[in-house]
Design a protein around this ligand. Structure first.
Ligand SMILES: Cc1cc2nc3c(=O)[nH]c(=O)nc-3n(C[C@H](O)[C@H](O)[C@H](O)COP(=O)(O)O)c2cc1C
Length: 218
């Protein structure tokens, strides 16, 4: 039987083939390039291209990360929605600096974004909440995201109650649900290469309010 080391080293990564990435035709800002890449990922049927890792830090500077769904991109603001009372919500209240990471294996592409997170407020949170599926609303209405769950039955019981509440009041909203914007100041677009000659483009927001970009060594 293979050891974990043998098993892991036998796995292939970045085996391609990948689409070319033309660095001579870059948009002026990273939001526009992200949308180009996202559209290509969707055209190429990358699974869940809108799933991304949100990294935060807690009050002690200890990092944390989890996968979320990207809800919108407006300029260089990237939106996600979540409970404000779970771990990430508490961490963001103490330290609003965060990173987002996308990886699209089929294209060999990674996008890294860093910025400051802003809570868009109760009304924006409610508007996002109303657009969620019935099941997603029922789970969020438990209002207990990231709390300790004693047993699965407690979840089932609470979900049954929340579905009843939604039936009685279809407009009901979980008050802790929030839409957050990550206002990006730095972005990196990474195109993998089967020979490891990866192409990296880094954008950063300068003090004059302009975006500038440069290549990075692989
Ligand atoms: C593909 C995928 C999508 C997810 N989307 C969301 C989301 O949009 N919002 C959310 O709150 N949690 C989402 N989750 C669950 C989070 O990863 C996480 O478990 C939850 O938000 C609690 O995080 P926290 O304890 O750091 O607050 C998703 C998980 C996966 C794997």
């Amino acid at each position: 039987m293979n050891t974990p080391d043998q098993l892991l080293r036998s796995l292939k990564s970045l085996s391609g083939p990948f689409q070319p990435f033309d660095v001579t035709q870059l948009p002026e800002s990273p939001g526009a390039l992200f949308l180009q890449w996202l559209n290509l990922a969707i055209e190429n049927e990358v699974k869940e291209p809108h799933a991304m890792t949100l990294s935060t830090v807690d009050a002690d500077g200890y990092p944390d990360a989890r996968v979320l769904i990207l809800k919108d991109v407006v300029g260089e603001a990237f939106y996600f929605a979540s409970s404000s009372e779970g771990r990430k919500g508490r961490q963001l209240l103490q330290n609003p600096q965060a990173a987002l990471t996308f990886y699209w294996p089929k294209l060999g592409r990674q996008v890294r974004l860093r910025g400051t997170v802003v809570d868009m407020g109760a009304e924006a949170g409610a508007a996002d909440f109303r657009r969620r599926s019935l099941e997603a609303r029922a789970v969020a209405l438990t209002g207990l995201q990231s709390q300790k769950l004693e047993k699965m039955d407690d979840l089932e019981q609470s979900l049954a109650n929340q579905r009843e509440r939604i039936k009685r009041d279809p407009e009901i909203v979980e008050p802790s649900w929030r839409l957050y914007a990550v206002n990006v100041r730095e972005a990196e677009f990474w195109q993998g290469d089967i020979h490891r000659k990866h192409i990296r483009i880094q954008y950063h927001l300068c003090d004059d309010g302009q975006w500038r970009y440069n290549l990075l060594w692989p």
